[in-house]
Design a protein around this ligand. Sequence first.
Ligand code: ATP
Ligand code: MG
Length: 311
Amino acid sequence: MRKVGIVGEILVEIMAVEPGEGFRSPIALVGPFPSGAPAIFIDQMARFGHPCGLVGCVGEDDFGQLNIDRLRADGVDVSAIRVHERAATGSAFVRYRPDGSRDFVFNIRDSAAGQTTLTAEGRQMIAGCGHLHVMGSTLSAFGLAEAVEEALTIVKGKGGSVSFDPNLRKEILSAPGLTECLGRVLAATDVFLPSGDELFLMTEAKDEMGAARELLDRGVKVVVVKKGAEGAAWYDNERILTAPAFGVTQVDPTGAGDCFGAVLLACWLQGLNPTQALRTANAAGARAVMVKGPMEGAAFRADLEAWMAVH
Ligand code: ATP
Ligand code: MG
């Protein structure tokens, strides 16, 4: 099995217990939870039983140790997680607004996460990977694009494959150099995993089928569109498939896309047929939203299969 590598932000997430307008008065909080989209993704990959590793940076503090302990326990190669001597572990405080949207206070750019570079350990870990997953959040907001692109060059140089979850909002596309960087990553992408309108970030076509076709013509092998409670759709050169989501009660949507992406990708790398891959990834996304905490809903493979058998 091709080992999957990722370069990206490791954070703790601290959540408001009750929905509300923001953080301008003292409220009850719960956390810290291990978090960061790349960390959630790679934890789900490990829990699904696929070999994987993460290049990241945490502080010499409990928030960092919490993440390392969790990822290691689940089977992630943590040899390339640097413990920074001065910077503190990155964090995200989140409060759900009454309308269901999310209100964040981030400490990322000036945290240890913002200091992530491809160290000697990082280069070595990535050189042992046959696949790289790229998160748009890592490219855009936190100044880590250089390290990601270096990893991309290493993996592509060895004939490895690449997946890409844009995980981006249109508002941050104006960051300097980001469009060019996204273009380079997309040109190297085998499996593209947008959600909703992210499909159209880099296409002329503004309808789903047309945009998927355009991306396939540009060399992407598989486009899988994540659609929240509506499930997902798969486009490749032979077929178009759709699969409904599992009917579950959503407790916390954070991490669904990352868990879905990790399982979809593991299935693709392991050669499962697309119908099975979509259904299994939908199950992983559904399990993620049923549990409070960004990566607390990441399912072990045996549990996921047992759950799918009765749903
Ligand atoms: P994220 O907020 O993590 O970035 P995303 O926008 O990338 O999420 P979504 O489309 O929200 O991704 O969710 C990914 C997958 O998780 C969906 O395709 C679906 O399979 C599953 N999922 C998400 N929300 C629900 C839900 N309410 N009920 C059942 N399944 C869900
Ligand atoms: Mg997403």
